[in-house]
Every structure is written in C-alpha cells, then in structure tokens.
Design a binder for this molecule. Sequence first.
Ligand SMILES: *Cc1c(COP(=O)(O)O)cnc(C)c1O
Length: 373
Amino acid sequence: MTQPELDHRIHQVLSAFKLHGPFFAGYPVNQDFDYSDLYPLLSFAANNIGDPFGHSRYQSNTHETEREVVRTIAELMRLPPDDAWGYVTAGGTEGNMYGIYVGRELLRNPIAYFSQDTHYSVIKILHVLNIRNIMIRSQDNGEMDYDDLRESIRINRDVPPLIVANIGTTMKGAVDALDRVRGIIEELALPRSYIHADAALSGMILPFVDDPQPFGFDSGIDSIAISGHKMIGSPLPCGVVVTKREYTAQIGRAIEYVGALDTTLLGSRNAITPMIIWYSLTKHGPEGFREIVARMLDTAEYAVQQFNANGIPAWRARNSATVVFPRPSPYVLYHWQLAPLGDIAHLITMPHVTRDMIDQVIADYLEWPRAET
Ligand SMILES: *Cc1c(COP(=O)(O)O)cnc(C)c1O
C-alpha cells in the first residue's frame, strides 16, 4: 500500500470516531481525557509479562508504576496497600476471572452465586472455570434477592459459597448489599466463603461520595475488579484487580523462560495501560475524582428530573450515574448509543455527558415515540 492509501484508511477511522463522539451517552465510558504526554511511550516494545510484584527478565516494563496503581486502588478499596496484591488487567472480564479463580483455588469445590443482573462475563467465566453455580433472583431495582440467596445457600450448606457481588450492575447501577450478604454467611455459620466484588464502574464512584453503600475490603470482600476504560477514562480497555496478598501464595508458579512469577492470567501484558491509569489517578488525585463524581451524579439527578418533568418515568439507584427509563425508539437508541435491555434502556452521565446533551436526548425521546409493538 502507498502512503496516501494508508493515510486514507486512518483518516476514515478518525472521521468515524469524531462523528460518533458527541452522541455517546449510553455506555459507561469516560471520554474526557488527554494522554498526549504518554504518546512517546508507544515507540517502544514494552511488555509487563509476569508478576508486577516480582522480578522479570523483560526489562522494558512498567511494573513499578503498575505496583503503584495496585496500591492506590487497594487503598481506595479500603485494603492496606501492604496487604494487597493485584495487577492491571485487560478489562473488567479479566479482573472478574482472576477474582473468581482465586476464590475457587481457596475454596476448592465451591458453588458460585450471582444474580440475574450480574454482568454476562461472570456466567462465561464460571463456565470456563467449570464452577458449579446458581443464579439468584434479582429484585426490580436490580439488587440481588437476599431471601433467595439465603435459601439457595442454606440448601447447599455443605458446599462453601463463592459469591459474586455487584458493586453497580451494568444495567441499573444497583449495588448488592455486602452487609446483608455477610449477614447470611454468619447466620448460616458457614466456616468458609469468598466474596468477589464486580465493581467495574461504581468501584471508582463509591470511594468519592459522602455516603457510599458498603463496597470495599472493610465490608468483607476478598477481591475486587474495576475497569480502567470506564470511570478512569482510558482510551485502551483495561482494568485493575486487587486481592489479598496472602491468597496469592497458593497460586503463583515460577516460569524460567521469562524469569517471572506466573501469577497473572495472561502472559504478555500491556505496559501502557498501567501508565494511563497512573496518569489519570495522579493527575486528578482523590480530590479531583471527588469533583468529577459529584458533577456526574449531579447531571444524573438533572436527567432524572427532566425525564420525569416530561412524563417519562426515569430513575436511578443511590450514588449511581446510570439513569434508567422505558426503552425509546430504535432511532434514539442508535443515535445516542443507548444500551437497551427488554423494556428498558439507560444512559450514563459520564464526565463528558453534559446537561445540554441530556436536553437533546429528551427532546429526541419525545419527538421519536416508540412504535407500538
Ligand atoms: C463493563 C462491566 C464489566 C466488564 O467489562 P469489560 O468489557 O470486560 O471491561 C464487568 N462487570 C460489570 C458490572 C460491568 O459493567
């Protein structure tokens, strides 16, 4: 291919991205960022293969920054950084897989419990890891039905439970009550259990609000996965998984070829994404995130009020930027890239979503009524 032909394709892709950007209201992806400071790093073949807390023979790595990211996230998730182990993953799915894998290794033959509203990655992971599992009913608000959880665990009392708790469901932003889950485990006097928290989006919201629902290690979780391309705003998909250091001793295996402890699910790993997460966390700092989150939740509340004022029954969970409403017409879904599920759809007031965009979504919603089906 000639250079003009190469340029043409790149330009095509760029134009498509630019065209869709201003109408991006439905997915929990923060588009408000500038990582141009990091661009020079892309001139090198960097690789974070192996355990970020161990030694690696592959020297163009960013393990040190990755450790810093893990420690910062651990602290936000209320785990003393020295007690934490984790790494930067390729996304929420890998973080869930790692947490659930650790749970299975510790409990040997558990039964996994997750709710109807749990992210689809979890069902896939349980299938891949060949873990017995039971789907728990959800309440209408998207939280797990705790009575159903208690009954299901009670019937299987002889098998240790591995519970996947949603710290913000994908569709409704609902947070499973960790205190109630712990209460059930204690009530049934189960000696062994494991809680993995899927905190893809809300894991980076709840640490920055005044009155969060229980979400962290201080509420009894054993591992947590958050996404880097959602709240943190990474242009490359990524995430962070954090678990307790003491758990990982049972899992690592030394691999001579790369001279590294093989504790991560993937072999070769992205060395740029730890830099991106570090950049965002460090640049904004906890105070910056507090402001960003406050603004998001304020826009979400504005959206609920404006929908309601126009006769559309929208709602959101406490401390959630996910605004749920009756499914609009296909045009509105497509134009604003809203995520539908059955009768409902949502928009998410990520930092790039403005009040003006909300007004436009509602105007379109009213102008393009949903065809009767
Ligand atoms: C987005 C999301 C994930 C993971 O998604 P990836 O696409 O793998 O990053 C997991 N759980 C929940 C609740 C999510 O919203």
